[in-house]
Design a protein around this ligand. Structure first.
Ligand code: AMP
Ligand code: GLY
Length: 421
């Protein structure tokens, strides 16, 4: 069958790579894809805001189902739109995608269903926010309600920082703001927890921990993700049960009670405090770079899993995983997450040594004539599966050394909590 993937990051290349291995897949299309997906799929440069154009292409090329990688088209309702034309889509609908699209929507569900999360207050104007902040303890967390590509979160150490965050949000830094979310600061360790659902059945889809900050030691600015490892060092059977019973199941019930259902990946960003899980945020998609570490561990045919979800038969699938440890190091352009140069050639890319356990997923790359150019901040994702995280890391470093890309940088301490201990 012909399959389409929407997106252009490392996550989408990892998904594309897994679908390419499926016997069921005849032709793969990526909208718009990157230089990595270009090797295994047909990249089509469609405007992701133009659902009609996407729908016309899907119908014309007889694409049987579509996987949506990033959150924006999901939150904008691409699933509802394409399903009107009887196109099978793997991803949550507009209502369910509010779990990522509106932090306040999620907090209200937490309140109604007693889901453990940081204590919070929603303020509708700057005055109320300031009044509340004057009575609060610091640090405190201030968040814009809507999608802000991970940037609408401020950890404030004092009143001055907090007032300025509130001001920026109400001035529209992340789009028109009707309110801000002020949240208790939780101290613990973060973990990414994934499930997949067809609307009826849910199955675990791995755990991971990512490194969001740009500098070693988890310092500096927030980024889209500098590296990750799977499984999380925190997960135990007991914690898994608590996350499902206290957080995931009540959330999916809430979506059902709204007359809707959840189909797709659901990513819970959690803070684990003294072995208890607290929900920090939901994402209605796989994590990036967590996806790049998790998908290569999958033993099943990913196409069969996606199809089963679209056809509500996930209960019939036994998802199996490799026992190996998986680590991902993200190679970025110098200057990221601020300004960086574009259209820089990655000359030695053919020198890296890849096999089924050592993979390189592209993110911000494009092909130009016979060259591969870096066009984004996060450029390549080096992933290795091995018996230990230490071995994964050393396999990755070998390839980064072979690549010797002087215009890039990477964090050398990815996985420090699970290595050298
Ligand atoms: P979010 O976009 O909600 O995931 O927030 C981005 C990052 O801010 C998270 O990954 C956490 O590191 C941090 N963060 C968000 N909310 C809290 C909180 N209530 N307590 C502590 N850290 C938080
Ligand atoms: N790894 C963080 C994210 O995908 O949002």
């Amino acid at each position: 069958m012909n399959v389409g993937i929407i997106g252009s990051g490392g996550r989408e290349h990892a998904i594309c790579h897994a679908l390419y291995k499926s016997k069921k897949v005849k032709k793969l299309y990526c909208f718009p894809g990157n230089a990595g997906t270009a090797n295994i799929a047909i990249n089509i440069d469609l405007n992701l805001n133009d659902f009609e154009q996407i729908k016309n292409f899907i119908l014309e090329k007889k694409i049987e189902f579509v996987v949506v990688g990033p959150e924006k088209p999901l939150v904008d309702g691409i699933v509802d739109y394409l399903e009107q034309f009887k196109i099978k889509v793997f991803g949550p609908n507009r209502i369910a995608s509010q779990l990522e699209g509106s932090k306040i929507f999620t907090k209200k569900i937490c309140e109604d269903f007693k889901i453990p999360t940081a204590k919070f207050k929603i303020c509708q104007n700057e005055n109320d926010a300031q009044k509340y902040l004057k009575k609060s303890n610091f640090p405190i967390v201030i968040k814009a309600d809507n999608l802000a590509s991970g940037k609408g979160v401020y950890i404030c150490e004092d009143e001055v920082q907090a007032f300025s965050a509130v001001d920026e949000i109400f001035k529209g830094k992340f789009g028109k703001a009707k309110n801000v979310l002020i949240e208790e600061f939780l101290t613990g360790e973060e973990m990414s927890f994934f499930i997949i659902s067809d609307g009826k059945t849910i199955k675990n889809f791995g755990t991971a921990q990512d490194h969001k900050r740009v500098l070693e030691g988890d310092k500096g600015k927030n980024t889209g993700g500098m590296g990750a490892y799977s499984p999380s060092r925190l997960i135990t059977d007991n914690l898994d049960k608590k996350i499902l019973s206290k957080i995931i199941n009540p959330t999916l019930n809430a979506i059902k009670m709204m007359g809707s259902e959840y189909k797709g990946f659901l990513y819970a960003g959690l803070m684990i405090v003294n072995s208890e899980p607290y929900l920090i945020e939901y994402n209605v998609r796989m994590g990036d770079p967590e996806c790049q570490t998790i998908i290569p561990k999958l033993r099943n045919d990913l196409c069969e899993i996606f199809l089963a979800c679209c056809e509500k038969r996930l209960d019939q699938i036994n998802i199996q995983w490799s026992e190996k440890k998986s680590l991902c190091v993200v190679l970025c352009s110098k200057g990221y997450p601020d300004n960086y140069n574009k259209d820089i050639e990655i000359k030695n890319i053919k020198k890296i040594e890849l096999d089924e356990n050592n993979l390189c997923f592209h993110a911000g790359t494009k092909t130009y004539k016979d060259k591969i150019l870096a066009v984004g901040g996060r450029v390549l994702n080096f992933v290795s599966l091995a018996d230990s995280f230490k071995e994964s890391k050393s396999n990755i470093i070998k390839n980064l050394d072979l690549l010797e890309w002087k215009e890039g940088f990477y964090r050398k301490d990815i996985g420090y909590k699970v290595i050298n201990k």
